[in-house]
Design a protein around this ligand. Structure first.
Ligand code: NAI
Ligand code: A1CAB
Length: 272
């Protein structure tokens, strides 16, 4: 892919995940700069990936071809204010923040932007990310391509046609690793309650989750319900477990949780 210089403004969990994935995919470390106010965040990035770091957001943004906004949404306005001094006319801006829309970002940076909103997730760290992307029709094809290549370097991508759909990506992918971790935590806890030590309980859940996910991936023609039914022998143990989930309305709980994630993103759009 094209090797543009990239400044990550904010060097937290998500920026680290993308940077790790980019480096693993062969992106030139010297073309990447990450910023944060404290050395505690920056030193490990420099050490682990050989990228440049800077505590000066303005300098990093001015020197970059691509500026990735990767701070918490509640900090975004404060972080963008000094960046209003940057000439964005020849830069691509990528925001990974939840709950801050394009119009708001343009106001925060007081510029017309070449902007892509991206909703990634942390498995980008191991090249297994899932990112949703949105840009309006004014984005140049080469910027569209660069954003695609960047996120494809760390996983799968999906462009959405309407900006509001980014909130759906948050619910289904951005936040979703945490749902699976929660589910795995619950299985691990119960396996321990049933007598397994912590390490064995973890092995049981992680290998099963991996196997299930890989079966889904390896059988694109088979729908998820069929894969479930193949495990569920009539009158057997799985049927009892699934009946218990259904009795307690698991599907409705998941729907409510995803709707709550979307509602929070919409609320954040008003707040920040
Ligand atoms: N963590 C996740 O799974 C995902 C996060 N996001 C988005 O990514 C963004 C960052 O989230 P996380 O990485 O989880 O947060 P984080 O708290 O781990 O990272 C934020 C980073 O910003 C840095 N920072 C604070 N003030 C700064 C300043 N003035 N200038 C430069 N850097 C500053 C902090 O040092 C920290 O390293 C958020 O907007 C979030 O909505 C999007 C998708 C998934
Ligand atoms: O929890 C959050 O707000 C961010 C966005 C998606 C994942 N983490």
């Amino acid at each position: 892919m094209e090797q543009r210089s990239i400044a990550f403004i904010g060097a937290g969990n998500m920026a680290r995940s993308i940077i790790a994935g980019l480096i693993a995919s062969g992106y030139d470390a010297k073309k990447i700069t990450a910023t944060a106010p404290s050395e505690t965040r920056l030193a490990p990035l420099q050490h682990d990936f050989g990228i440049n770091t800077d505590s000066d957001n303005l300098r990093a943004a001015q020197q970059a071809d691509v500026v990735v906004l990767a701070v918490k949404p509640q900090l975004m306005a404060d972080v963008c204010l000094p960046l209003q001094a940057v000439d964005f006319s020849n830069k691509l801006v990528i925001s990974i923040a939840a709950g801050i829309n394009s119009a708001r970002l343009a106001t925060m940076l007081d510029s017309q932007l070449h902007l892509v909103r991206v909703m990634p997730n942390t498995p980008a760290l191991i090249g297994k990310g899932m990112s949703g992307l949105y840009a309006d029709s004014t984005l140049a094809p080469q910027d569209h391509q660069f954003a695609s290549d960047l996120l494809q370097a760390v996983g799968e991508i999906c462009w959405v046609k309407q900006e509001a759909d980014i909130n759906g990506i948050i619910a289904a992918a951005g936040s979703a690793p945490a749902y699976f971790f929660l589910f795995m935590e619950a299985i691990q806890q119960q396996a321990m309650a049933q007598g397994f030590d912590e390490q064995t309980a973890r092995l049981l859940v992680q290998q099963t989750a991996l196997g299930a996910a890989e079966m889904v991936q390896a059988n694109p023609e088979t729908d998820l319900a069929t894969l479930r039914q193949q495990v569920t022998s009539k009158g057997g143990t799985t049927a009892e477990a699934i009946n218990t989930f259904n009795h307690h309305h698991l599907t409705e709980i998941v729907a409510k949780a995803m709707q709550a994630a979307v509602a929070r993103a919409q609320e954040m759009e008003q707040l920040f």
